[in-house]
Write a protein that binds this ligand. Structure first.
Ligand code: DOR
Ligand code: ZN
Length: 348
C-alpha cells in the first residue's frame, strides 16, 4: 500500500502560545515563527499584561525579537490578563487597539504566574458584559483551584461551576476553552452553542498521565491542566480529527529552564514549539486522519477568531529526524518534548 510521503497545507496558526520575554523570548520565538503565521500570545508574564498599553509594548518587543528572515512573516495576536479589577473602559481600549484579540481568564492560583488572576468570576461580570458587547473573545484556563478538589477533576468542576454560568449569562460572548483535557470538556464543547470552541495541545493528544510516571517521576511531562487517563486522550483525538469546526490547534508551548523543571517544586509547562506541527501530524497520522490536520491547524481557529485564513502554505515530508536533547535558553537549557526521540514528519 502506498503511504503518504509528503503533503502541503495552508500555513497553520497557534492559538495558544507562551513566548515569555526578553532573552528567553529571543530563544524560543524563531521555532514558532518558522511554522506558524500567527499566534495568540499568552499574557502571564511577570508582571502580567493587564492593559492594552502593556500588550502593545509586549507586541513591539516580540516583533523586534524576530530574526531578519522571519520579519513580516509572523503576527503576534495579543491578549489581556483578566483580573478582578479589569474595567469596561480597558476592554474598549483593547478592542479599539486592533491588536488585542482576546482576554484570558486565569483562576487565581491555577497555574504559572496566575497569582494576579480572578478570585471569583462574578467580580468580572462587568468586564465580561463589555467583552460580549464589543465582541472580544474570552479565553479560559478551565480549572478550579479549590485544594479539596482532586487535580484530575478540576476541569470537570470548572465546567459546572464557572463555564456553564458564563455561557448562560453571556450568550453572545465568544469563549475559547483552552487546552482541553477530558471527555467531559469534549462533550460540553460539542453540545454548546457555536460561541464556544476549544484548543487542544499536541501533548494532550499524544500522552496520557502514565507519561508522568514512566519508570520514575518525569517532570518534562508535567503541565497544567495535567495529562489525564487514556480514555480522555482518545476523546481528544476524536474531537481533533472528527471534522468539527469547534476544535483547533493551540500548542500551549510553555518553556521553563531545565533547572526550574527538575526541581523539588518543578514548574508546570511543556515546550513543544520546536516540532509543533510535526508532533500534531504524527498524532493525526496515528489516528488515520492526516487529511483532517489542515482544518484543525489552519482553518477552524482562524474562523473562530474571525481572521482571514492564511494564503501561504507549508510542506511536511515523511523524513524522520531526531529531536534535540536540549535547546539553548538564555544562558540556561530547555528540555523539549520528546527530547532525543525520532519524529516521523519534518516541515521543509
Ligand atoms: O503547563 C502550563 N504552563 N500551563 C499553564 O497554564 C501555564 C503554562 C506556563 O505559563 O508555564
Ligand atoms: Zn497556557
Amino acid at each position: 500500500m502506498n503511504t503518504l510521503q509528503e503533503f502541503t497545507l495552508t500555513r497553520p496558526d497557534d492559538f495558544h502560545l507562551h513566548l515569555r520575554d526578553d532573552a528567553q523570548m529571543q530563544a524560543v520565538l524563531p521555532f514558532s515563527a518558522r511554522q506558524f503565521a500567527r499566534a495568540i500570545i499568552m499574557p502571564n508574564l511577570k508582571p502580567p499584561v493587564v492593559t492594552t498599553a502593556l500588550a502593545a509594548a509586549y507586541r513591539d518587543r516580540i516583533l523586534s525579537a524576530l530574526p531578519d528572515e522571519l520579519k513580516n512573516r509572523f503576527e503576534p495576536l495579543m491578549t489581556l490578563y483578566l483580573t478582578d479589577e479589569t474595567a469596561p473602559p480597558e476592554i474598549l481600549r483593547a478592542k479599539n487597539s486592533g491588536i488585542v484579540r482576546g482576554v484570558k481568564l486565569y483562576p487565581a492560583g491555577a497555574t504559572t504566574n496566575s497569582a494576579a488572576g480572578v478570585t471569583d468570576i462574578t467580580r468580572c461580570y462587568a468586564a465580561l458584559e463589555a467583552m460580549e458587547k464589543n465582541d472580544m473573545p474570552l479565553l479560559v484556563h478551565g480549572e478550579v483551584t479549590d485544594p479539596s478538589i482532586d487535580i484530575f477533576d478540576r476541569e470537570k468542576i470548572f465546567i459546572d461551576t464557572v463555564l456553564t454560568p458564563v455561557i448562560r449569562g453571556f450568550p453572545s460572548l465568544r469563549v475559547a476553552f483552552e487546552h482541553i483535557t477530558t471527555q467531559e470538556a469534549v462533550d460540553f464543547v460539542t453540545a454548546a452553542p457555536d460561541t464556544l470552541a476549544a484548543t487542544i495541545t499536541a501533548h494532550h493528544l499524544r500522552y496520557n498521565r502514565n507519561a508522568i510516571f514512566q519508570g520514575g517521576i518525569r517532570p518534562h511531562y508535567y503541565c497544567l491542566p495535567v495529562l489525564k487517563r487514556e480514555h480522555h486522550r482518545q476523546a481528544l483525538i476524536r474531537a481533533a480529527t472528527g471534522g468539527s469546526k469547534k476544535f483547533f490547534l493551540g500548542t500551549d508551548s510553555a518553556p521553563h529552564s531545565r533547572a526550574l523543571k527538575e526541581n523539588d517544586c518543578g514548574c508546570a509547562g511543556i515546550f513543544t514549539a520546536h516540532a509543533a506541527i510535526e508532533l500534531y501530524a504524527e498524532a493525526f497520522e496515528q489516528a488515520g486522519a492526516l487529511d483532517r490536520l489542515e482544518a484543525f491547524a489552519s482553518f477552524n481557529g482562524a474562523d473562530f477568531y474571525r481572521l482571514p485564513r492564511n494564503s501561504t502554505q507549508i510542506t511536511l515530508r515523511k523524513a524522520p529526524w531526531q529531536i534535540p536533547e536540549r535547546i539553548h535558553f538564555a544562558g540556561d537549557v530547555l528540555i523539549p518534548l520528546a527530547a532525543g526521540e525520532i519524529v516521523g514528519w519534518k516541515m521543509l
